[in-house]
Ligand binder design. Structure first.
Ligand code: SIN
Length: 282
């Protein structure tokens, strides 16, 4: 365990990414120095975790605003546009976040991150996995890096909202827009993006949103795209987080992917998430 900035200590989760931060009480009015240290840990570790936190929705918004503007989710249905409550009830057969993804990649400016707190958790199961997309890029051959350098990919929400998502949405408690109030959002983003704060390159394609390469058919794109998407979550690029009530994960959505593990079966799991706005990938 190494000291970050008194009184915060950092305990890395895996060799790839992730760290538990001990010390901060996120519900308190944090000093600029404390927020700066948390932000630095996010940049260093890609995803950071906190234990034994307790805060209501308004405090959750206040915490998120220390890191940027709140991003309103375009297709997950919620009473409060700033918040998504991710509920898994006994009987649900589908879950939110069941494929490897970075959040909301189909918009022009996808969120920089998300802050998720566990409100109700099963005794076991329902972990979340994260994957470091800097490592995924760094480990590619020079030939592959050269081939991807100028390539863009089309990202769409048509697999997770709209008519194609009607069946999955019907079988889970947290719903997507699937009817006439949904219009497909599609944006081309670089396959390899540069992180705006660290300057490092990372892979930026994912199973939930990326449908093909710009200038190619989806059929032509599929073999390489599938390979890249699967490469991005090789075990050596990942960490796994086991939730407890009051645990918080804050991930950098620009350089990581994540997936919710669908092994909760007949228990209930309730999480509250607020996303922080980001920039256009370049
Ligand atoms: C998500 O944001 O994809 C959901 C993560 C989770 O519920 O563990």
């Amino acid at each position: 365990m190494s000291a970050l900035a008194d009184p915060i200590t950092v305990n890395p989760t895996s060799g790839a990414l992730g760290a538990e931060l001990h010390g901060p009480d996120l519900s308190r009015d944090m000093s600029d120095a404390e927020v700066g240290a948390i932000r630095q840990a996010l940049l260093d570790y890609g995803v950071i975790f906190f234990r034994d936190q307790a805060f209501d929705t308004e405090t959750h918004k206040r915490i998120a605003r220390r890191f940027g503007d709140i991003f309103n989710h375009p297709f997950l249905i919620s009473d409060d546009p700033d918040v998504v409550t991710i509920v898994r009830n006994p009987g649900d057969t589908r879950i939110v976040g069941e494929d490897w993804h970075s959040d909301t990649a189909m918009v022009t400016e996808p969120p920089m991150g998300a802050i998720l707190i566990a409100l109700e958790v099963p005794d076991y199961g329902g972990d979340t996995l994260f994957a470091n997309q800097y490592l995924a890029y760094d480990a590619l051959s020079d030939g592959m890096k050269a081939m991807l350098a100028d390539l863009k990919a089309i990202n769409s929400d048509r697999m997770v909202a709209g008519p194609a998502a009607a069946e999955s949405s019907a079988n889970r408690s947290t719903k997507s827009r699937t009817g006439p109030d949904w219009i497909e959002t599609k944006t081309a983003h670089p396959v390899v993006r540069t992180h705006p704060e660290t300057g490092r390159k990372c892979l930026y394609v994912n199973h939930s949103y990326t449908v093909g390469f710009e200038g190619m058919t989806e059929e032509e794109s599929k073999p390489l795209l599938e390979w890249l998407m699967n490469w991005g979550h090789r075990p050596e690029f990942t960490c796994r987080f086991r939730w407890r009530k009051g645990s918080v994960a804050f991930w950098d959505n620009r350089c990581t992917k994540h997936i919710a593990v669908d092994d909760v079966h007949n228990a209930r799991r309730v999480m509250r998430r607020i996303q922080v706005s980001g920039d256009r990938p370049y």
